[in-house]
Ligand binder design. Structure first.
Ligand code: PEP
Ligand code: MG
Length: 325
């Protein structure tokens, strides 16, 4: 099977009806980087920077962080890399941070909420990214943005650091994209201005599903009741796609679902054009996308929604089977 995927590596993920889907990879450790070559990923759609924080006994210093970001960009050889700023709290607890006594950590003080309340950590991280990039382009995105003002505040902080970096005479990145993760339903209803100001948006489906269904992603018992093929969720995805299209905001999906072939196909059918996943998923996802007619898949989903189906997995899987996919 490994050879079969390798043969696909340099082929585009283009559906039978001619739609190109960009397949990127999720990463977080230096050991992930060789997969950028091997998997045929077009870039790193999600680099989880918190992993370097989680495996240390203290905050990694500027120089250490910059060295890591430098290596990531060197490995990527010009492919696009999206660095997600520190996403801690909830299930990701730093060994050197006082544990918070919160009744609902997933709904608690986490991710961008910590970064905005304790801006020094984010500032230091942005300085390290700018230093590590040494003029190369990169993208930065913020986790768990819930309302537009959080994005604006975080983005302003990045721009301030960029100005400072330039004032110091250091090389500015050729291009710096600043985007948001859409992981809470409220952000989908943000003012138009948010969609115009965000250089890109990436759906963090693991968290988005958790908050959409009010079902703890860590709690198997409740999590399994709902999935991505739920008609309400697919309609919600469509709404996000439409809002992004209306403002020309590039949209991607980077939760675990984008690495599952049938789920990836459904996301593409709903209008997603960029998916980010673990490297081993790229081959299987690409194989299915290349053999599928996206318009037909969308027809199956729309028919199910029109019928009032609660979940579209069955119909879509049945259609794929009948089509010999
Ligand atoms: C997500 O929530 O879908 C996501 C990509 O981020 P994480 O799984 O790291 O929370
Ligand atoms: Mg998340």
């Amino acid at each position: 099977a490994a050879e079969a995927w390798r043969a696909l590596r340099d082929e585009p993920a283009q559906t039978l009806d001619g739609v190109r889907i960009g397949l990127h990879m999720n990463a977080g450790l230096l050991t992930d980087l060789p997969s950028l070559e091997g998997s045929g990923a077009e870039g790193v759609g999600l680099y989880r920077t918190e992993l370097q924080f989680l495996i240390r006994a203290r905050v990694p210093m500027r120089g250490e962080q910059a060295a890591l970001y430098d290596r990531v960009l060197s490995h990527s050889r010009g492919k696009r890399v999206v660095f997600r700023t520190l996403d801690i709290g909830s299930d990701k607890v730093l060994p050197y941070m006082k544990p918070q006594d919160e009744p609902n950590p997933a709904l608690g003080w986490r991710a961008i909420r910590i970064s905005l309340d304790r801006p020094n950590i984010l500032k230091m991280q942005v300085q390290s990214l700018l230093r590590g990039a040494a003029g190369r382009p990169f993208a930065i995105m913020f986790p768990m943005i819930t309302q537009a003002s959080e994005f604006t505040a975080a983005r302003d902080m990045v721009l301030e650091q960029l100005e400072r970096h330039i004032r110091n005479g250091w090389p500015a990145p050729q291009r710096l994209e600043i985007g948001a993760m859409l992981e809470t339903p409220s952000l989908a209803f943000a003012p138009d201005r948010f969609f115009r100001e965000s250089d890109f948006i990436s759906i963090g489906g693991n968290d988005l599903k958790q908050f959409f269904f009010a079902a703890d992603r860590e709690n198997e018992r409740v999590r399994k009741r709902y999935d991505m093929f739920n008609a309400s969720y697919l309609r919600f995805i469509e709404l996000i796609v439409q809002r992004c299209e209306a403002h020309g905001t590039p949209l991607s999906y980077c939760g675990e679902d984008s690495g599952r072939p049938l789920e990836a196909l459904a996301l593409a059918a709903m209008g997603l054009r960029t998916l980010s996943m673990r490297p081993a998923s790229i081959g299987p996802v690409k194989r299915l996308l290349r053999s599928a007619d996206l318009r037909e898949a969308r027809g199956v989903i729309d028919a199910g929604i029109a019928r009032g189906d609660v979940n579209l997995r069955g119909p879509l899987a049945g259609w794929a089977r009948d089509a010999g996919l």
